[in-house]
Design a binder for this molecule. Structure first.
Ligand code: SAH
Length: 364
């Protein structure tokens, strides 16, 4: 039993079963036992690998996107470059190196990282210091100061909590984590009936027994991003795994050492995420006042940003062995199966800005 499992059982005994959202929040960010709080989860020796850790090409192409966004915004003299959930800091380092090629850009950057984990903050600090980059850290996006911004988030929204509702007869009941007769953590259903009218349009059609995932937390962050973009001027790029259209289904998943594990088996010691509903995310960005572009698949985005050209340029400076590594990485990031297809990219901008590349309407 993990340390957090014991803590969860005590909480459930005292207060009753908890929603999936609270369970997820505790598993990932409990101050002492949360999954992200004290470890480096990335890489071969960790639990999973993210796109910036696969290849520098990922961050570099996003850096070119950010530089183009800055240009579209008429090159403000000071710009908040914001990253949500920066992991090891690899994406930011690659991004800034590539974006700084644009004359005048580097001096305008004020870098803000939103990160809850003290362990990962320390790692980000180290990565960025080695690259000569100064940054400020915040617990929440709301704490980032006002001003024109370019925001990026890779695999951040999947870590924010979801609620789950199960169709039971004419109504819905919330899925919860409680205790079984043996005292072990177990899924159950809350007592309250949620009427279909309280659900979004698409969810009302969910068949008996099916699970509907909603994320007020993700939508609140996306709406706040939309508000900032429309109020202060700016552009945002959000990348994550998930689906283009809303639909019923249980996508809660725990991962440890690169394998799927039981969601309830090792709370706090396995990563816990769910797929991002990009239709819901786009709706929330729009509610905040931003114009939404896409989503497109990660493969389409990277190819549109010039992945092939970047791959060839890197290979020209590489030896035989490195050339194979570079080709494999490009394939892994963009291929029609795996990451290139499962991951989606959505952009949002101030409504008066032109459509950013590669999201132009006539190009789709
Ligand atoms: N973007 C990185 C890391 C993705 S993992 C990459 O692509 O490699 C998720 C990141 O979000 C981690 O840095 C984690 O500590 C952070 N995180 C998770 N929940 C968070 C929350 N509620 N608030 C702020 N950061 C959070």
């Amino acid at each position: 039993m993990t340390a957090l499992a014991g803590e969860l059982k005590r909480m459930i005994t005292a207060d009753g079963p908890m929603g999936i959202d609270r369970f997820m929040t505790l598993c990932l960010t409990h101050p002492r036992h949360g999954y992200y709080m004290g470890r480096d989860p990335f890489g071969r020796g960790g639990d999973f690998i993210t796109a910036p850790e696969v290849s520098q090409m990922f961050g570099e192409l996003i850096g070119i996107w950010c530089a183009a966004a800055w240009q579209m915004m008429d090159m403000p003299a000071v710009i908040n470059l914001v990253e949500l959930g920066p992991g090891r800091g690899t994406l930011m380092a690659d991004l800034v190196r590539a974006a700084a090629v644009m004359p005048g850009l580097a001096d305008t950057l004020s870098i803000h990282l939103v990160e809850v984990s003290p362990a990962l903050r320390a790692m980000q600090e180290k990565t960025l210091a080695a690259a000569g980059i100064k940054a400020r850290w915040h617990d929440r996006f709301e704490d980032v100061p006002a001003g024109p911004l370019v925001l990026v988030a890779n695999e951040f929204f999947d870590a924010l909590p979801v609620r789950q509702f199960v169709r039971v007869g004419a109504a819905f009941r919330e899925r919860v984590v409680g205790l079984d007769e043996a005292g072990a953590l177990a899924f159950g259903l809350g007592n309250d009936e949620v009427p279909p009218e309280a659900m979004p349009e698409w969810a009302r059609q969910a068949p008996e027994g099916s699970i509907v995932e909603l994320s007020p937390t993700r939508e609140a962050v996306a709406e706040e991003i939309g508000t900032r973009l429309s109020r202060d001027k700016g552009a945002a790029l959000i990348i994550d795994y998930g689906h283009m259209a809303s639909g019923a289904g249980d996508t809660l998943q725990a991962v440890s050492k690169h394998k799927a594990v039981d969601v309830l088996a090792s709370p706090g010691e396995a990563d816990l995420t769910s797929h991002v509903d990009f239709a819901a995310l786009g709706g929330a960005l729009e509610r905040g006042g931003a114009k939404v572009h896409g989503p497109v698949t990660q493969g389409e985005f990277l190819m549109g940003m010039g992945l092939r050209e970047r791959e060839e340029a890197l290979k020209r400076r590489a030896d035989q062995r490195q050339r194979i590594v570079i080709s494999r990485a490009a394939q892994r990031l963009a291929a029609g199966v795996g990451m290139g297809q499962l991951f989606k990219v959505i952009a949002a901008t101030h409504p008066d800005l032109p459509d950013p590349h590669p999201f132009q309407r006539d190009a789709q």
